[in-house]
Design a protein around this ligand. Structure first.
Ligand code: GLN
Length: 194
C-alpha cells in the first residue's frame, strides 16, 4: 500500500487524511521532518500560505521538503498550491518553487470569497465538485505543465510530472476522485523508483 503524508503545520489536515484513506492509501500527518522518511508522497493542505510558510521556516522544513519533492510526488491544494508555485504575482519571492507557474492569491475577489463549482478535470471527471475558499488561481504555466481544469477562463488544477495542484478543496467533499488520481500517481512513481 502507498503511504502518503499530509503536512500538518496548519490547515485542513484531517480531511485530507480521510480522503486519502478512502482512496486506498495509508495516510499519516507530518509534523516533524523525520516523519517525511518512508513516505511515498505528500499532500500540502489548504490554510493560509504565509502562516504555513512561517511555520515551515520555524521548523526548518523548507529544504527537507524540497529534497523530498525531488524524488516523491506532492499534491498541493489551495494554500498548498501557492506554496508549490515558482512565482507568486506581486511578490518578490516564492516558497517551494516546484511547479513552473505563476499564481495569484485570493484571486476570485471578495464577492466570491467562497463558492462551489462543477469542474471538468482532465483524467479525473466531468462533474467534480470544487469548493473554493479565498482561492488562488493559476495565471500562467510553463510548457511542461499540463492544465487539468479551467473554471471561468482561469486555470484551477494542473500537473507537472509528479506534482499535482488544485486551487480548490477536494478534501471538503465526499468525492474522492482527485485524491484517487494522486494515489495512482504516487503508486506509479513508487514502482519507478523501487
Ligand atoms: N488565501 C489563502 C492564501 O493565500 C489560501 C486559502 C485556502 O487555502 N483556502 O494562502
Amino acid at each position: 500500500m502507498t503511504k502518503i503524508g499530509v503536512l500538518a503545520l496548519q490547515g485542513a489536515v484531517r480531511e485530507h487524511i480521510n480522503a486519502l484513506q478512502e482512496s486506498g492509501a495509508e495516510a499519516v500527518s507530518v509534523k516533524r521532518i523525520d516523519e517525511l522518511n518512508n513516505l511515498d508522497g505528500l499532500v500540502i493542505p489548504g490554510g493560509e500560505s504565509t502562516a504555513m510558510r512561517r511555520l515551515i521556516d520555524k521548523y526548518e522544513f523548507l529544504e527537507p521538503l524540497k529534497a523530498f519533492a525531488k524524488v516523491k510526488p506532492v499534491f498541493g491544494t489551495c494554500a498548498g498550491l501557492i506554496l508549490m508555485a515558482k512565482t507568486i504575482e506581486g511578490q518578490d519571492t516564492a516558497h517551494l518553487e516546484l511547479i513552473d507557474m505563476t499564481v495569484e492569491r485570493n484571486a476570485f475577489g471578495r464577492q466570491k470569497d467562497s463558492f462551489e463549482a462543477e469542474l471538468h478535470i482532465k483524467g479525473v471527471g466531468e462533474d467534480v465538485n470544487g469548493v473554493f475558499i479565498r482561492a488562488p488561481y493559476i495565471m500562467d504555466v510553463g510548457e511542461d505543465v499540463e492544465v487539468l481544469s479551467i473554471h471561468n477562463d482561469r486555470i484551477v488544477a494542473a500537473r507537472q510530472g509528479h506534482f499535482l495542484c488544485a486551487a480548490f478543496h477536494p478534501e471538503l467533499t465526499d468525492d474522492y476522485r482527485l485524491h484517487q488520481f494522486f494515489v495512482q500517481m504516487v503508486a506509479e512513481k513508487k514502482k519507478v523508483i523501487a
